[in-house]
Design a protein. Structure first.
Length: 578
């Protein structure tokens, strides 16, 4: 079958081939990922013992810089906010954000986001995949990018490798509608190699090696994978194909578990974040790769110093007397008298220590520049004599890079929540869910009014001409109708959320609305504004932007306007009858 040959060739090319990035530079994403995994775990490629039997120390300079960047990015679930530019959606945004916060807390998204940020800083890349009910993060070690020179995933097919248990595979039978039972029967393996060329792992229970390919494929190959005839080998469509049994070949059989055409494009199914810039390859550089050479040299210097100090720390003596003890430390006792005419201690010092320490210091400073991990960023004390204002300016400029990284991360994660999470949340955000989230009957009353207002705006063109009083009466009448007929309210409710959906955006870290800057601007004008009514309006604007519902807050009733008294006209008074 054509699809088996295609996937096998693409996997082999990814694992064993290289692509030219520029003249004299051939790149292998698989080899780079293997090296990054070693450095992330503090492991030497050839072990921790050198040829002379000496232990090789690993002085980790990478993880502290990753931790420093994660700390300064300061990203959490509280930063994920849904918003709309339309003021009439304020109540809807309140409910959507309540639902979003509830989903984030009940689905363990805090831990997942932290892991994603750490991976993005260290490895430089994060990929999320759309699944039923939300999303999941893809393992980069098992994610094969076919076109390694692609700028985005829209430009390349990708292959995911899955190692599933039998229960996990059986749970997929509702989604993968072909040959699941045959794969369970014929493709189980208790001994397998997770990394090509690595050691074999033995398990007590069988595991199944599954490959999922997402990308363009000819319609002829897709039809063949579906067990149909037809198609054109020159016409390509976006499709998902899941296969099993590639390693066993004809012995256990090869099976197609799923083969369907996918709507849209790859970015509708995968979202990606890259820390670094595009340099001719899809896999961008992260902190681990930035510090590969520096980490290697720091290890060499530290091990050179360790071996040199081992010799420099010895106490040696010299003498021409043959009858003197061979080893003063072991052959003599406390209080013994040594008789010698020329006994002297040999000064032992490690040569080149100053140069090694200077080299190490220069490398650490270079690492700080590459990772933006200066003292002011990591929280360490500044050099003695540094003016306070200078330290503040340095901190402000250093944090601009973290702001930029936070914005890039926010754009990618914003698409994840806006395209994959919010539609499902709004689908189930109905009366019972609103009551559970708020627990406030007054807010439920507002929710009914909000839905009726949405109905009114949507049907305004179809309604006859009318004034404000008639509009209020129409809304009241519609509210009575839907309260009397719950099934009618469900339909109006669906229409309301469909109207709100196009205006919703997900903002993370203020990238879309510049939330911190807007709040600071509003704060400035609140302090400058003298008119109490306008000042209150500015304060309410700031509260709405932070998701605070101000409509139900108590307000001072408007004071009646005092009419100025007119002084009597002397002429009219004189002409008035007595």
């Amino acid at each position: 079958m054509k699809i088996f040959e295609t996937i096998t060739n693409e996997i082999d090319s990814y694992l064993n081939g290289q692509v030219p990035i520029s003249e004299g530079y051939n790149f292998s994403q698989y080899k780079l990922i293997k090296r990054l995994a070693l450095y992330a775990n503090g492991i030497y490629p050839k072990g921790k013992i050198d040829k002379q039997g000496n232990y090789k120390y690993w002085i980790d300079i990478i993880q502290p810089r990753i931790d420093s960047e994660v700390k300064n990015i300061d990203f959490d679930t509280k930063n994920i906010i849904a918003y709309s530019d339309s003021d009439k959606d304020s109540a809807a945004m309140l409910l959507i954000n309540l639902s979003l916060k509830d989903w984030l807390s009940t689905n363990g998204q805090g831990v997942e986001l932290n892991d994603a940020i750490e991976e993005g800083s260290g490895w430089g890349n994060v990929v999320w995949k759309k699944i039923k009910g939300g999303y999941e993060r893809v393992s980069l070690k098992d994610f094969y990018v076919v076109n390694q020179q692609a700028k985005t995933l829209d430009d390349t097919p990708v292959i995911e490798k899955h190692i599933l248990t039998q229960s996990e595979l059986r749970a997929k039978s509702g989604t993968w509608n072909n040959n699941v039972d045959e794969v369970i029967k014929n493709c189980g393996n208790k001994s397998f190699v997770t990394i090509p060329g690595g050691a074999s792992e033995s398990k007590e229970t069988p595991y199944y090696e599954i490959y999922e390919r997402n990308g363009e494929i000819s319609t002829q190959a897709l039809k063949e994978a579906q067990g149909k005839s037809g198609g054109d080998e020159n016409e390509f469509v976006l499709a998902r194909v899941v296969v099993a049994g590639l390693k066993k070949g004809d012995k256990g059989g090869r099976y197609v578990l799923f083969a369907e055409e996918l709507p849209g494009k790859m970015s509708d199914w995968y979202k990606e974040y890259h820390r670094g810039r595009y340099n001719g390859r899809w896999f961008r550089t992260g902190i681990i790769e930035l510090l590969l050479d520096i980490q290697t040299r720091i290890n060499e210097i530290r091990n050179q110093i360790a071996r040199g100090l081992e010799w420099a720390s010895k106490t040696l003596f010299r003498s021409q007397d043959r009858i003197l003890a061979n080893n003063i430390l072991t052959d003599l006792k406390n209080g013994d008298v040594v008789k010698s005419t020329d006994l002297q201690q040999i000064p032992v010092r490690m040569e080149g220590l100053d140069q090694l320490l200077a080299d190490e210091d220069a490398l650490l400073k270079m690492g700080d520049k590459l990772c933006n991990s200066f003292e002011v960023v990591t929280g360490e004390s500044m050099p003695s004599g540094t003016p306070f204002r200078l330290g503040s300016m340095l901190n402000q400029n250093a944090n601009k890079l973290f702001d930029f990284i936070r914005e890039k991360l926010g754009l990618s994660l914003g698409e994840v929540f806006q395209d994959w999470v919010l539609p499902d949340l709004m689908k189930y955000l109905r009366t019972k869910e609103v009551l559970r989230l708020t627990g406030d009957p007054d807010l439920m009353k507002r929710y009914y009014e909000m839905v009726v207002n949405g109905w009114y705006v949507k049907n305004l063109i179809a309604l006859p001409p009318h004034g404000p009083e008639e509009a209020t009466a129409l809304k009241a009448q519609k509210l009575q109708e839907i309260q009397a007929k719950p099934e009618q309210f469900i339909k109006v409710e669906d229409d309301f959320w469909d109207g709100v959906k196009p205006r919703i955006k997900v903002d993370i870290t203020g990238e879309g609305v510049s939330l911190p800057e807007e709040l600071e601007t509003l704060k400035t004008f609140v302090q400058l504004e003298q008119d109490p009514i306008r000042r209150s309006a500015l304060i309410e604007m700031a509260m709405k932007k932070k998701g605070i519902d101000v409509s139900q807050l108590a307000k001072t009733p408007p004071q009646p306007v005092q009419q100025p008294q007119q002084e009597p006209n002397p002429q009219l008074t004189a002409n008035a009858p007595a």
